[in-house]
Design a binder for this molecule. Structure first.
Ligand SMILES: [Zn+2]
Length: 178
């Protein structure tokens, strides 16, 4: 009696495990175009343009610690350390927090500053704020959809715009052009 109950329980648990692993697999197939850090981010979308206004307490539960520190606390990644610093593939760059479109690879240029640099941003993708932190007078660049910190913009870029968007790689999600 006891033995058959255990056996039934075992089969039941086995069935649950199979169902769970199948549903997990199908979920993964839906989000395989997202970077690892956004696998559990319900706000990430490269097509939805709805404004996102949620608290940092919520973001902290969703984002990786590295992305949270830069996007929500305006930290800066170490120079030369980012995966898009020395990177010239053709495609589009999106906000790593929410998926909002930010830059085209055709506006990226090789800069010696140590961070991925662009001479032009999607005007619907970014917004600006004066930043006088760390004893400097700079212009901070933020995502227009989710208000996350992306980097700064300077007036020493190449033609045709003369500006340099100095971005954190961690704040960017790249999708290659097919
Ligand atoms: Zn964003």
């Amino acid at each position: 009696m006891n033995l058959s109950f255990n056996r039934r329980s075992f089969l039941y648990i086995l069935l649950l495990m199979i169902i769970f692993s199948c549903s997990k697999f199908s979920n993964l197939s839906n989000i395989n175009t997202m970077p690892n850090t956004e696998n559990k981010n319900p706000f990430f979308s490269t097509t939805d343009t709805t404004q996102i206004d949620i608290s940092n307490t919520e973001w902290k539960k969703i984002l990786s610690p590295e992305l949270y520190a830069i996007a929500r606390e305006a930290s800066t990644e170490r120079p030369m350390s980012g995966k898009y610093n020395d990177f010239d593939e053709i495609g589009e760059y999106y906000c790593a927090v929410c998926g909002n479109h930010l830059f085209r690879s055709t506006a990226k240029f090789s800069s010696s500053c140590g961070w991925p640099s662009f001479f032009e941003a999607d005007k619907n993708g970014v917004k600006y704020r004066k930043d006088i932190s760390h004893g400097m007078d700079r212009i901070e660049v933020l995502c227009k959809r989710c208000n996350s910190h992306l980097g700064h913009v300077f007036n020493d870029g190449p033609k045709p715009t003369g500006v340099r968007f100095c971005m954190n790689s961690i704040s960017l999600h790249f999708e290659p052009k097919n």
